[in-house]
Design a protein. Structure first.
Length: 134
């Protein structure tokens, strides 16, 4: 029963992360980059920041864990490994110090926002879900 609550809590934390500022401007406090914006445009970080792309790619492991946990009850160790790798990849977001602002290649310095912490929390809760999953 606790596994069900952990699963839902993880999805709720991920949802909150999507609509909260994942990154805020270090010099311009009006600049907010929501988690949903980071999720949708993060793939383009492949072209300018390997660190940001590594953090973004952890979302694929999170999604793979969700899908795999519904498809089969086997492979618990695999799911745990997936989530540990996802958490480690997400920690690379601490190395993101600037983000692309527009198509001209302009960047702005940023720092971690509250959305990042909810995003990381959703991963940690999902790890516990996988551990406690029957």
């Amino acid at each position: 029963m606790i596994a069900k609550y952990l699963f839902v809590s993880s999805l709720v934390a991920y949802g909150i992360a999507c609509f909260s500022p994942a990154f805020v401007g270090a010099e311009d406090p009006k600049f907010n980059y929501t988690g949903l914006g980071a999720l949708l445009t993060g793939i383009f970080s492949f072209f300018f920041s390997a660190i940001a792309f590594a953090a973004w790619s952890s979302n694929t492991l999170y999604a793979a864990t969700i899908i795999t946990s519904f498809v089969t009850n086997k492979g618990k160790v695999t799911l745990i490994v997936l989530m540990v790798i996802a958490i480690l990849l997400s920690l690379t977001a601490f190395g993101v110090d600037k983000l692309l602002v527009n198509e001209a290649g302009t960047t702005t310095p940023v720092k971690i926002g509250i959305g990042f912490w909810f995003w990381l929390l959703s991963y940690i809760i999902m790890l516990f879900y996988v551990i406690f999953k029957p």
